[in-house]
Write a protein that binds this ligand. Structure first.
Ligand code: NAD
Length: 324
């Protein structure tokens, strides 16, 4: 059997090579979209991270049985086409919950405490010029609004509560009014009454540009906005126009609409915008766990086992799919 790795976000694939050694698997790594389209033609399995697994890629794969996402989000694979072609899609939804919630919390603390701009001033020899910015607020007087109260949102809520923040949340798929000790409120109420707004939803048609002109207008002045989920959740054009108003306290992003933005991105003009390059998931432990569990799950499917984390259950009705 042959497995292709389209891309990965760690220094090497020693873990993958060790896993598949002695398993009669030919492991191949592609070096970009064109190479992937070529290498996937006769592959049985696919491991993918950030690469866009679109219809062209899937249709060129004549033998593909399973596609395993290295990660949680599955917005970069065409699930409809995969299902039609009988390709089993799976992910690892529970591997980096602490890392991502820590990342969101770190951004909240860094923005509120002015860590990045003040450190920059000190290094420029301007210790005495640092203004005691009156927008820094006391966390125990502030409200954190969480949009998307799933694994990461709930973990962040627990950490924030330990710091004394009041937490509220919006999630249309939770029917309870209070969940895990947090009030579940309508979207508009969470947007308009939070001092800090943190997004933890998947990117779907429904959540694309969830935060745009209207929502930015509804936010309180001096809100801190955090997005460690997916770039498409925030309309960056609207955000960069709104940043001009000076009303936004600060923005922390681990993801952007363009997954590899150029230095001329208009958002980078603002000192109160901090950005990390999709590193929220990362720790030594989470990365190793992701690699090994992705290999195990993919290998299981190729050997006829239903994956624990199946994204497209309808695929089980496909005549070529026979998993137990
Ligand atoms: P999850 O599935 O446990 O939680 C997502 C929650 O969003 C669910 O409770 C769901 O009901 C809710 N939701 C769905 N549509 C919604 C909507 N329209 N409005 C409000 N809520 C909605 O997922 P998670 O593990 O908490 O991860 C959240 C997202 O974080 C993932 O989809 C992924 O895109 C992103 N993520 C980013 C990184 C990173 O490195 N930056 C790492 C892992 C995950």
């Amino acid at each position: 059997m042959k497995i292709v790795i389209s891309d990965y976000a760690w220094p090497n694939i020693d873990i993958e090579r060790n896993f598949f050694i002695n398993k009669s698997i030919d492991l191949d790594v592609s070096s970009g979209k064109e190479d992937l389209i070529d290498k996937i033609k006769d592959a049985d399995g696919l491991l993918f991270c950030f690469e866009d697994i679109n219809e062209d890629v899937l249709r060129s794969a004549k033998n593909l049985k399973a596609a395993q996402r290295y990660g949680i989000g599955v917005d970069n694979i065409n699930i409809k086409v995969a299902t039609e072609l009988g390709i089993v899609v799976s992910n690892i939804p529970d591997y980096c919950i602490d890392e991502v919630s820590d990342h969101a919390l770190s951004m909240i603390l860094a923005i509120n405490r002015m860590i990045v701009p003040d450190s920059k001033m000190v290094k420029l020899g301007k210790w005495n010029d640092v203004k005691k910015n009156n927008r820094v607020f006391r966390l125990t007087d502030a409200t954190l609004g969480i949009i998307g109260f799933g694994r990461i949102g709930r973990r962040l809520a627990n950490k924030a509560k330990a710091l004394g923040l009041k937490v509220i949340a919006y999630d249309p798929y939770i029917n309870e009014q209070v969940y895990d000790g947090v009030n579940i409120l309508p979207f508009d109420d969470v947007v308009s009454s939070s001092d800090i707004l943190s997004l933890h939803v998947p990117l779907t048609k429904e959540t694309n540009h969830l935060i745009s002109y209207k929502e930015l207008e509804k936010m309180k002045d001096n809100t801190i906005l955090i997005n460690v989920s997916r770039g498409g959740l925030i309309d960056e054009k609207a955000l960069s126009e709104y940043l001009k108003s000076g009303k936004v306290r600060g923005v922390g992003m681990d993801v952007m609409e363009d997954h590899n933005p150029s230095s001329s991105n208009p958002l980078f003009e603002y000192e109160n915008v901090i950005v990390t390059p999709h590193t929220a998931f990362f720790s030594q432990e989470s990365s190793e766990e992701l690699q090994i569990r992705s290999c195990e799950q993919l290998y299981g499917v190729l050997n006829g086992n239903k994956p624990k984390f199946l994204i497209n259950p309808e695929v089980l009705n496909h005549p070529d799919v026979n998993l137990t």
